[in-house]
Every structure is written in structure tokens, then in C-alpha cells.
Design a protein around this ligand. Structure first.
Ligand code: AMP
Length: 443
């Protein structure tokens, strides 16, 4: 069914056309009529499925024309980046209308947001913290809200926003339409849904457990010591357009970025400890191609839409299986193809199995042909220095040597004999999957 049959206004159809969309995605086909009809909705859709347009288009249609009073639509988002991205989508789809959208998030000054709110805006897209500030100071009132959209609810709760989210829902009129999006709906989220929604329709598209068929994914088993070298080797041997590298921790992300810069890659870093201007610069630079690589943590990158991410590399196996789906969903978005690779150490065999159970499929394990998987130094490279705790070294110098005296240095970590096979063979392309320069494995 084409967009023109969905009941959207001509101005919005022009907006859709200007975006270059030809046909609605499955979630758009199913959600748009529900939202246009005024009903509540719980949507669980895989990331990259066109979820934003699925709510933004019918919401814009319901708003009609700009009204210079308090917001009639409130969208809650877990992160600043997502809030900014959704605001851009509203502006893009609504470019042939006079509807105004305002983004409200932390990390930047209050002045501009305050004056946009005071000028009268139709849609506020906000992260919970800054929105609470504006509610407390009385700049913003929610009593005119007709449509409340809670996006990425599971992530908002993970980030500890549950109290704020409930308070915000409580400030909206009871008579309203509520749209609720969450990758998964476990019992604690079901509870928030019951609190917020009335007789919702459920739209479940390619439940978040599934990973799109357009993504080729693989695990590269490797020892801890050789992990960074393997990352560099993978980057060297590919003809990538843009690569998103995930680290579990902010500190880890900084470290990977530093080392990649030293290896002459152009690198952006995105995580919650960076200033707002650094976050914007990183994302914009990555989108524009200034940076070929972006290193990010899960929180910062959730839902981020960057066209043409050709590869996702999990430098660390994600802490929970659901994050695996979100991370690799950064590539292969909206019918594009992409590759996703995970570097896994032997200790992470259980995490890998949990991911495979979650997504209901085995992920092929591959070896990079020609890569020296052993920890012994490669030719021309100095042997890695054993880390010696400086305080311990001092104690050792002071302590009398001999039996029972002082601390004996632990033996240096030996070369790992084999990259962990995690108990099964490399199903898709065993060992032989040699990469020639400029290509990834294609399965
Ligand atoms: P989302 O899941 O909303 O983050 O969307 C993922 C990507 O799909 C974005 O880049 C959208 O611009 C794009 N997209 C959304 N709907 C369509 C469509 N009907 N046709 C083509 N691309 C789309």
C-alpha cells in the first residue's frame, strides 16, 4: 500500500516524498492508521524499522495547523541524541506545514529552549531531566498535551528515569492519546504501560529479538591481549564506509579511540561523560564523513540513526543480549546492508551463548586469516611489557628476599594458545575465510 492511501495530508505526503521514501515500512503500515484514529498504541519494533515516521507522520496529521499556545504533543526520549534526532524527523516530515517542534534536553543552556517554549510550540521532544526543570520553574505546562509519546521506554527505565517518567505522565491530562514504544515489554514495563495507556492496540514488528537478515554478523574469538591488534587488523583489511565501535565502558571507549587515533584513523567518541558540544561534534562529524570511525557506549548510541554505517564492531561483548540487537541494528538500517562483528574473549563464551539464545540463531565464529593470534610479539614489534604495580614493586624492593619474604611477582601472562572456539566450530566460514585487502567476509 502506498503512503497516499494511509490518510495523511497532502503536505505530509510531500514531506515524505522529499525524504525520498517510496513505500511505508511494516510498522508504518500498521501504526499510522491506529494513531490517525486516535487510539493508544504499544509498539515493539526492531530498531531501524522506521518507527519515528510511524508516529511522527500521523501525529503531524492530527495536529493540522500551528497554534501559539502550550505544546499539544510531548515526546519523551532517553538520550539527548535521540531527542535531537526525533526533532529533526518532525521538522523534516513537517517541512510543508507550519507546525513547530522544540527539543528540550540537558547539556546546553536554558535560554534558547526557554524562549522557544515561550513563543508557543506545538511539539516538545524532551529528555526527562531537563523537562522536569522546566516544569518546576513553571516555564512549561503540560495541561494542553493531547498526545504523549513515550519512546524507548525500556532504555528510559534502564537509565533510572522511572520516577520522572511517572511524574511527567501524571502532569499530562488524563484525556489524551498515548503512544508507547519499547524494544521489549517485560513485566516492569508492562506496569508502566498499564499506568499510562488505555486499551492500547499492539503493534509488534519483527520483535526486537530478531536481527535483520540484511546484516551479516560474526564473532571473532580472540585473547584479551590481542584484542586491540585484531581490531586494527580488521579495520586495515576492509573497505568500510563508516564503522561504529562499541565499548562497554566510557573509559574503554576513550582508550580505544586514543589508540585508534595513534594508528592514524579519524575517530569520534560518543559517551555520556563528554560535553554536549563534544557529543554534537562527534555525531555530526561521523555523519558527515569527517570521522570514519566512531567509538561509543550503548547508552549514547541507542537508536542513533546514521545513514550508511557499513560496519558495527563490538569491541566488547554487550552486557546484555538485548544490547546486541540494538548495537548491530545501527547498521543495515532501513533495507541497507551492513556487517556486524563481535570480538569475544574465551571468558565471554557464556555471554555469547546468551546472545545466541536471545536472537534464536547461532552467530558464525571466524578467524582472520594471516592474523597472529598468539601473544608472542610479531616481527619488529617489542614484546608487551608486563604490568607491574608500582606500589608492589616498591614493596618488593624493600622486602628482604628469600623464602617467605616479600611478594613474588606473578608470572607474566603467557601467550594464549588459541583463540577460544567457544565449543563449536566456525560454521559459516571456517578458518579459510581469508580476507583480501578491501573486503570483508561475505557469507
Ligand atoms: P527509525 O527506525 O525511525 O530510526 O528509522 C530508520 C531509518 O529508516 C531512518 O534513516 C529513516 O529515515 C528511514 N526510513 C523510515 N521510513 C522509511 C521508509 N518508508 N522508506 C525508506 N526509509 C525509511
Amino acid at each position: 500500500m502506498p503512503f497516499s492511501k494511509l490518510g495523511l495530508t497532502p503536505a505530509l505526503l510531500n514531506g515524505v516524498k522529499a525524504m525520498g521514501y517510496t513505500d511505508p515500512t511494516p510498522i508504518q503500515l500498521r501504526a499510522i492508521p491506529v494513531v490517525l484514529g486516535g487510539g493508544d498504541l504499544i509498539g515493539s519494533a526492531q530498531t531501524g524499522t522506521g518507527k519515528t515516521a510511524a508516529f511522527a507522520l500521523p501525529v503531524l496529521a492530527r495536529l493540522g495547523k500551528h497554534e501559539a499556545r502550550g505544546p499539544r504533543v510531548l515526546v519523551l526520549e532517553p538520550t539527548r541524541e535521540l531527542a535531537a534526532q526525533v526533532e529533526t524527523a518532525f521538522r523534516d516530515f513537517g517541512r510543508f506545514t507550519d507546525i513547530r517542534a522544540t527539543v528540550v534536553h540537558g547539556g546546553v543552556g536554558y535560554g534558547r529552549q526557554r524562549s522557544e517554549i515561550s513563543a508557543g510550540t506545538d511539539i516538545v521532544i524532551a529528555t526527562p531531566g531537563r523537562l522536569m526543570d522546566f516544569l518546576q520553574e513553571g516555564t512549561l505546562r503540560l495541561d494542553g498535551v493531547k498526545i504523549l509519546i513515550l519512546d524507548e521506554v525500556d532504555r528510559m527505565l534502564d537509565m533510572g528515569f522511572v520516577k520522572d517518567v511517572k511524574k511527567i505522565i501524571g502532569r499530562c491530562p488524563r484525556e489524551r492519546q498515548t503512544l508507547f514504544f519499547s524494544a521489549t515489554v517485560p513485566p516492569e514495563i508492562e506496569e508502566v504501560a498499564r499506568f499510562a495507556l488505555r486499551n492500547p492496540a499492539r503493534v509488534e514488528i519483527g520483535v526486537a529479538r530478531t536481527v535483520t537478515q540484511l546484516i551479516t554478523h560474526a564473532i571473532y574469538p580472540v585473547s584479551m591481549q590481542k584484542k586491540f591488534d585484531l581490531l586494527v587488523a580488521l579495520l586495515e583489511r576492509t573497505d568500510f564506509h563508516s564503522v561504529l565501535i562499541f565499548s562497554r565502558t566510557k573509559h574503554g571507549a576513550d582508550k580505544i579511540a586514543r589508540k585508534l587515533k595513534a594508528a592514524n584513523h579519524s575517530v569520534a567518541v560518543l559517551h555520556a561523560n563528554r560535553s554536549q558540544s563534544q557529543r554534537v561534534e562527534a555525531l555530526e562529524g561521523f555523519k558527515s564523513g569527517k570521522y570514519e570511525v566512531m567509538v561509543a557506549t550503548d547508552i549514547a548510541a541507542r537508536g542513533i540513526d546514521v545513514a550508511g554505517v557499513s560496519h558495527v564492531i563490538n569491541y566488547d561483548v554487550p552486557a546484555n543480549p538485548e544490547d546486541y540487537v540494538h548495537r548491530i541494528g545501527r547498521t543495515g538500517r532501513a533495507q541497507a546492508v551492513g556487517d556486524a562483528f563481535t570480538l569475544a574473549t574465551p571468558e565471554q563464551a557464556n555471554d555469547i551463548r546468551a546472545i545466541e539464545r536471545f536472537i534464536g540463531q547461532k552467530v558464525p565464529q571466524l578467524k582472520l586469516e594471516g592474523f597472529n593470534y598468539h601473544s608472542a610479539p610479531s616481527i619488529g614489534v617489542a614484546a608487551p611489557q608486563r604490568y607491574v604495580d608500582p606500589r608492589r614493586a616498591q614493596q618488593q624492593q624493600r622486602a628482604p628476599q628469600g623464602h617467605g619474604g616479600g611478594h613474588h611477582p606473578r608470572p607474566a601472562p603467557g601467550p594464549s594458545s588459541q583463540p577460544a572456539p567457544h565449543g563449536h566450530a566456525h560454521p559459516a566460514r571456517p578458518k579459510s575465510g581469508g580476507l583480501s585487502r578491501g573486503t570483508w567476509h561475505r557469507r
